[in-house]
Design a protein around this ligand. Structure first.
Ligand SMILES: Cc1cc2nc3c(=O)[nH]c(=O)nc-3n(C[C@H](O)[C@H](O)[C@H](O)COP(=O)(O)OP(=O)(O)OC[C@H]3O[C@@H](n4cnc5c(N)ncnc54)[C@H](O)[C@@H]3O)c2cc1C
Length: 344
């Protein structure tokens, strides 16, 4: 029997950012990964303090951005790379009214650090009404982040590449197969619906597609462009464009209607030929109030859930991994806004 502090189930942003808390605090653990491409792995990696429809910000945006930067610096100390790409979002304005609204909002105290008052004109893409820059926005280099962290975990023998089997969990003795553990943290995204201990939490799937495209005319600036969706260069010469939102069509294959939506959206801003080279999709675990669901099981006090990261998965996953760690290790209560108890 191996004695460990933690078992983590799931390998998306929730699982990996929580694993970082354990690495940082010298806790022993294993992380179960069933080897499927997570929603996190198909995400755009956008880090954005502004709601780009209404030009508003959200709870703890600045604190979350600062914490993410510090965390990525800490992760760099053991993977040797920093995955933060400092490329600002340029929001294409639809008309003059949007420009005026942006300028008005940029005068608000909570938005002045984010909404740049000087508008930019981009080359190649259509931006007749110019673009507004979101200061402090950035991107995570998603594929590098996952590849390197999985390699690191594997080298340390922290990674178990198999599906966690709930039937083999003995909660009375805190044993799973040949592991004697202190705590389990479930980070399964929509996979939580198969988890008999937490299947009833209030998360709903929202399917998202992105496409990767080959552009016939390169966009000279390395910026993150946003009109309907996000457009930015990736490291293999293709451009990422996405993602869509769909609560209805939840089957396990590509939706041609989502691809058509993306192709149309891109054609609106990119007046040259392009070719779709790749299509990917994933299921965001979303919550009505757009906040994570974190908590301790009512009867099994060493079982925890870390879910509901469908909106702003990177910022929320990073920031609240520490809150969950502090709840478990230091008994510091969670904010009511993210606690699973708000649904009880
Ligand atoms: C197209 C798209 C674009 C997105 N863009 C962004 C973005 O730009 N910025 C942003 O912040 N967020 C974005 N998101 C949202 C975000 O990436 C995810 O929705 C969110 O991070 C969910 O993370 P998670 O770790 O909770 O779940 P997931 O990423 O779904 O990971 C859960 C993992 O656990 C594994 N698992 C489940 N059950 C078991 C088990 N029993 N045993 C072993 N493994 C198991 C699953 O296979 C899965 O790999 C996007 C999502 C999509 C779909």
């Amino acid at each position: 029997m191996k004695h460990i502090d933690y078992i983590i189930v799931g390998d998306g942003y929730a699982g990996l950012f929580f694993a970082h808390q354990l690495i940082k605090n010298n806790k022993s653990f294993v992380l179960f990964s069933e080897g499927r491409k997570s929603a996190s792995q198909v995400s755009a990696g956008i880090i954005n303090p502004v709601v780009l429809k209404k030009f508003t910000t959200f709870w703890k945006a600045q604190e979350q951005i600062d914490f993410l930067k510090d965390t990525l610096d800490e992760i760099e100390s053991y993977t040797g790379k920093n995955y933060l790409i400092s490329s600002l979002i340029h929001r294409i304005f639809h008309d003059e009214n949007e420009q005026k609204l942006w300028l008005k909002k940029s005068g608000n105290e909570e938005l002045s650090g984010f909404l740049d008052q000087k508008f930019d004109r981009l080359k190649v893409v259509k931006n007749d009404f110019l673009t507004g820059k979101v200061n402090q926005s950035a991107r995570l280099q998603v594929s590098g982040f996952f590849t390197d962290l999985f390699n690191f975990l594997e080298k340390k023998e922290f990674l178990i590449k198999e599906k966690f089997d709930y039937e083999k969990l003995d909660t009375s003795s805190s044993v799973y197969k040949d592991f004697q553990f202190k705590h389990i943290v479930f980070c399964e995204g929509m996979g939580v619906k198969e988890n008999p201990f937490f299947s009833d939490i209030a998360v709903n799937p929202n399917k998202g597609h992105h496409i990767k495209v080959k552009l016939s005319e390169a966009i000279p600036e390395d910026v993150t462009i946003k009109k309907k969706h996000f457009l930015f260069p990736t490291d293999n010469g293709l451009y990422f464009y996405g993602g869509t939102y769909d609560r209805e069509q939840l089957h396990q294959h590509v939706d041609e209607s989502a691809v058509a939506q993306l192709v149309n959206g891109l054609s609106e801003i990119y007046p040259y030929d392009f070719e779709v080279a790749e299509v990917n999709f994933g299921f965001r675990p979303t919550v009505k109030d757009r906040r994570p669901i974190i908590g301790r099981h009512k009867s099994h006090k060493n079982l925890y859930v870390f879910n509901g990261l469908g909106a702003r998965g990177i910022l929320n996953g990073c920031y609240f991994s520490r809150s969950l760690y502090q709840l478990i290790e230091e008994n510091i209560p969670l904010h009511e806004e993210v606690s699973s108890s708000r649904f009880e």
